[in-house]
Design a protein around this ligand. Structure first.
Ligand code: GLU
Ligand code: MG
Length: 440
């Protein structure tokens, strides 16, 4: 096949099922469309991951929007091995007059970050750590985390890192993870909006590099009910107005600054409700179980991987300063959650904690499943919702959380998640996992 004379660039938006959708133009038209974008429509927000649309939905058949490319959020690489360049620009959804559309999750994240900054002076630095499975490569069994486990997939990992690097994602580490066909890739921390854009790019570039190898990379939360879960761990820290790290205070428990403590308290208070956003699918709840290193209670811990908020380690080798490395990891997320909306919900919940001057949560160690009800209550450990419908109920009953969004947006989100739950109600977990392995 001849190489086409002009390559395509896609303007994309990521929806409430975390599917990245968009429209492509030939590259020479990019300048022309950069001010007015490409067409989009409101009802797309009610698209399901099953190639159907929730019906009825609040949008109907009429209405138009523009999807405006953010030229600072362009990810281009010729190194995926595909026939043409991978070229994607994350966009914002606006009304025809350019005003923000109430259903744009990227704008929601920007707004949440701006409000946090206005109220507290804090900016958020973030990173998304992605786990995924390659389920159809027929790899010979290998050892978890081993050198050989990564090499048996060669040149997948090297191609992936080269493509991510060229695309500007700033990849950090690629590993063969604990599960037999499981991998993980991380990127350098960046301002929160950039981090969410990178999350989108990482998922799509990983899928493309795997596809070129003849495989399918799946970011489903559970490739099988008994498989090791695929988490998306969202790391966050803060920078104050003087550009100094603000999450760390050596004098306080766990090194958590007073502001970061209040932020974490807000996240834990609203965690049962925001789980519907960050763990947004039916199989998400097969992952959020005790003893899975995934998170299953409202729980802040110092370096414990069972917690939902984990204070991450800092390396003081050679006298290094921990303050700039110090960060907290939100573990109750997976790739069925929209990265912009997930981070926006975390930031909004944290801001509630800061505004209410909540005290820092207790740092808990131990196994909540071994504790008495009274002990868990004393420590503030509440079990996270155990199914998607339960999470949606927790979302709808937390009026603080629903109050962060436009009512039409809440209606769309809840309609979509209820539709998803009802559609899968007759399937057993094996069938659900089989389906989601192909969808994500
Ligand atoms: N696979 C685990 C999860 O579902 C995480 C393991 C880890 O800590 O890397 O989140
Ligand atoms: Mg991992």
């Amino acid at each position: 096949m001849n190489t086409p004379a002009e390559s395509l660039v896609a303007v994309v938006t990521t929806d409430l099922s975390a599917i990245t959708r968009g429209r492509s133009v030939v590259e020479s038209k990019l300048q022309k469309i950069s001010a007015t974008g490409v067409g989009w429509l409101q009802a797309n927000l009610s698209l399901t991951p099953f190639n159907s649309i929730v019906s009825p939905n609040p949008w109907g058949s009429s209405g138009d929007l523009r999807l405006l490319p953010d030229l600072n959020a362009r990810f281009r690489t010729t190194r995926t091995g595909s026939a043409t360049a991978f070229d994607m620009i994350c966009g914002n959804l606006v009304e025809l007059d350019g005003s923000p559309w109430l259903g744009c999750t990227r704008i929601m994240l920007k707004d949440a970050l701006a409000e946090l900054k206005a109220a507290t002076g804090l900016s958020v630095t973030a990173a998304f750590e992605h786990e995924f499975h390659i389920a159809d490569a027929d790899f010979a069994p290998s050892h978890s985390m081993s050198f050989a486990a990564l090499r048996r997939a060669d040149p997948f990992a090297a191609n992936l890192m080269a493509a991510l690097e060229e695309a500007g994602v700033a990849p950090e580490v690629v590993i063969a993870e604990f599960g037999n066909e499981q991998f993980e890739v991380t990127h350098e921390p960046a301002d929160a909006l950039t981090a969410a854009d990178r999350a989108v790019a990482i998922r799509e570039i990983t899928r493309e590099v795997a596809r070129v190898a003849g495989w399918r990379a799946s970011f489903t939360p559970k490739a099988a009910p008994d498989a090791v879960g695929n988490g998306v761990h969202i790391h966050f820290s803060f920078i104050d107005e003087a550009g100094k790290p603000a999450a760390y205070d050596a004098e306080r428990p766990g090194g958590l600054s007073e502001q970061a403590g209040a932020f974490c308290a807000g996240v834990l208070r609203h965690l049962p409700a925001i789980t519907a956003i960050t763990a947004a699918s039916v199989p998400s709840y097969y992952r959020l179980k005790p003893h899975s290193w995934s998170s299953s209670y409202t729980w802040l811990a110092d370096r414990d991987r069972e917690a939902s908020l984990r204070i991450c380690p800092t390396a003081t080798i050679g006298g290094r300063n921990p303050a700039r490395q110090y960060n907290i990891e939100y573990r109750a997320a997976d790739a069925t959650g929209n990265p912009y909306l997930s981070l926006a919900a975390i930031v909004r919940a944290g801001l509630e904690g800061l505004k209410a001057r909540l005290p820092s949560p207790l740092l808990v160690t131990g196994d909540p499943t071994e504790m008495s009800e009274a002990e868990r209550a004393r420590l503030g450990l509440v079990r996270l919702p155990e199914t998607l419908p339960a999470a949606v109920d927790a979302f709808t009953t937390d009026s603080t959380v629903t109050g962060w969004f436009a009512p039409l947006f809440v209606e769309t989100f809840v309609g979509l998640k209820r539709h998803e739950s009802e559609r899968l109600a007759g399937l057993d977990p094996v069938a659900v996992c089989d389906l989601y392995r192909t969808l994500y």
